[in-house]
Design a protein around this ligand. Structure first.
Ligand SMILES: Cc1cc2nc3c(=O)[nH]c(=O)nc-3n(C[C@H](O)[C@H](O)[C@H](O)COP(=O)(O)OP(=O)(O)OC[C@H]3O[C@@H](n4cnc5c(N)ncnc54)[C@H](O)[C@@H]3O)c2cc1C
Length: 520
């Protein structure tokens, strides 16, 4: 993917079938759906792909065990179906993850055991493995860090796991493979109206300041927690519909949680679920659900959210985890849709919401990563209707995503590139120094920086270290240690001057402080 080529296509005087605003899971999914059906598709992202919530999830491809307990059968069945399709269509980015629920009373073992058996049955032919009620000894074997005091046994069940930002680029690449144009650093500044109907957008290239008037038959608003900003562009009297809720994750060394099994705690002291999940080389623990009033592109964790996680996870682990053990902390905002009269975000529905405005603007928000494909289909179907476009069937349920390869090979740094892994490896033949590791603590090599600039539209040091490779999310100090070297490599590739390098390192250092536990 080359940004300059996409800009040239944007500059052609053309009318697009569908313009999508927002390059997270929902917008990129819609771009794949629309371009694979053969529609002339353009996606515009204000910052970088997955800069918003879509790089800050718990990284689970799941049906949502919690929603089953809440009795939301339809939502769980739909998500389990989508889970199965994603694991088939992107096996190079996803894997089956076994989970253990440790239980400390005999009746809970049966309660959760039966519940999780139903969860598995609901996935029908797309089951990832059989749920089992297991002994305390087996729980200890699979999760050696578990607290044994009073342990009566556990439940073993299966869900999916993935790398969210890598899946986002894969969707961008898939849309591009299918003829779509996807542009990062392109902010939508207004909606273009003809006879009070939405017939395109105004946009500004953040890198050059160049402005564009873009014509289209339909516009999809897929801006997550920023949905209301676009709705206000459409109708300044529009009420807010999004009620953001913040979720924090802590990343710790695997020594605190050894083994390949994840842990699910079904009820924290305030009734939520908490996960400890092996991810790349480390373990993610989270998350929280804190209503917030301020919507930011870089949400910061609250001290009390970190304390909540320590307090709850330490009840289940033999070794205590504290702030000095945390390698990174990251925070995301859920785009929950308001229900009149409800203030507690934990009980707000996690289903998606579609709104077609009188101006024909199609807005889609809520939902989750796991259901992005279904959401994309709904959004595109609505766009076809308002744009009076010829109907063509959706193909994404069996569409193999860019780089499709039989299985994820997590043993090597190129595993998540799928079929492109070979090309990344080949870069080392061009310059053998690119075979060197970026940092001793993580397996990433320098060739991945070059690949990100040349093929994945990485523009800034943050794009590389936060999302093309996941260093910032895995070990914020290691990412800081590499920033200057990454800036130097990028400057050479992009033909940028010394002052650009200095600016990049300064910006990244400021940003990374929010990911260091001490920075909270
Ligand atoms: C803490 C947490 C944990 C989660 N864990 C999971 C999980 O394990 N599994 C799961 O399935 N789901 C999970 N989710 C849900 C999932 O991450 C979200 O539903 C999904 O990422 C939302 O994607 P989105 O595209 O709607 O929003 P976003 O990813 O926020 O994308 C919206 C994009 O719009 C862009 N934008 C905004 N304004 C403009 C503009 N004017 N012009 C152009 N672009 C603009 C933004 O820059 C942003 O990139 C989790 C969510 C949270 C918060």
């Amino acid at each position: 993917m080359r940004r300059s080529e996409f800009i040239s296509r944007l500059e052609e005087d053309t009318e697009w079938d569908i313009v999508i605003v927002g390059g997270g899971a929902t917008g990129l999914g819609a771009a794949v759906d629309a371009s694979s059906r053969g529609y002339k598709t353009l996606l515009l992202e204000r910052y970088d792909f997955a800069k918003g919530t879509s790089s800050r999830s718990t990284k689970l491809v799941h049906g949502g065990v919690r929603y089953l307990e809440q009795g939301n059968i339809k939502l769980v069945m739909e998500a389990l179906h989508e889970r199965g399709l994603l694991l088939k269509n992107a096996p190079h980015l996803t894997r089956t993850q076994p989970f253990i629920i440790p239980v400390y009373s005999w009746w809970k073992k049966w309660y959760y055991g039966i519940g999780l058996k139903i969860y598995d049955l609901m996935s029908r032919r797309l089951s990832l493995g059989k749920t089992a009620i297991i002994s305390a000894k087996a729980v200890e074997k699979f999760t050696p860090a578990v607290s044994l005091k009073g342990l009566s046994g556990g439940v073993l069940y299966y869900d999916g796991q993935f790398d969210d930002a890598r899946l986002a680029f894969t969707l961008a690449q898939t849309a591009a493979d299918k003829g779509g144009v996807v542009l990062n650093y392109m902010k939508v500044t207004g909606l273009k109206k003809v006879d009070q109907k939405c017939r395109g957008v105004f946009a500004e290239d953040s890198l050059t300041g160049q402005t564009y008037t873009i014509r289209s038959k339909a516009v999809i608003n897929a801006t997550g927690v920023f949905t209301d900003d676009i709705l206000k562009m459409d109708d300044h009297l529009q009420h807010h519909i999004v009620s953001p809720s913040q979720g924090v994750h802590l990343v710790v060394d695997r020594q605190f949680f050894p083994g390949e099994y994840a842990m699910m705690i079904p009820k924290t002291d305030d009734g939520r679920v908490l996960f400890a999940v092996p991810w790349h080389q480390e373990v993610i623990i989270g998350t929280t659900d804190t209503p917030v009033s301020k919507i930011s592109f870089e949400p910061r964790p609250l001290e009390e959210e970190m304390e909540f996680i320590f307090r709850n996870i330490n009840q289940y682990l033999s070794s205590g985890i504290s702030k000095q053990d945390v390698k990174a902390v990251f925070t995301g905002l859920r785009p929950l849709v308001k229900i009149p009269g409800k203030k507690n975000t934990a009980v707000m529905p996690r289903d998606h919401t579609v709104i077609v405005s009188p101006s024909n603007l199609v807005t889609i928000t809520g939902g989750k990563w796991t259901t992005y494909r279904k959401m994309a289909k709904v959004a595109v179907d609505n766009a076809l209707f308002v744009g009076k476009l010829e109907k063509r069937p959706c193909e994404t349920d069996s569409l193999r995503l860019h780089g499709w390869q039989v299985a994820l090979n997590e043993e090597e740094p190129f595993g998540y590139y799928g079929a492109d892994g070979e090309a990344v490896r080949k870069l080392v033949e061009e310059n053998e120094r690119w075979g060197e590791k970026l940092h001793a603590a993580l397996p990433y090599i320098k060739a991945q920086v070059i690949w990100a600039v040349r093929n994945e539209m990485a523009i800034t040091v943050e794009d590389v270290l936060a999302r093309r490779i996941r260093m910032l999310f895995l070990n914020a100090q290691a990412a800081l240690d590499c920033a200057a070297e990454v800036a130097a490599m990028m400057a050479k590739e992009l033909g940028r001057e010394d002052s650009w390098q200095e600016e990049q390192v300064k910006d990244f250092t400021e940003l990374a402080k929010g990911y260091l536990p001490g920075g909270v």
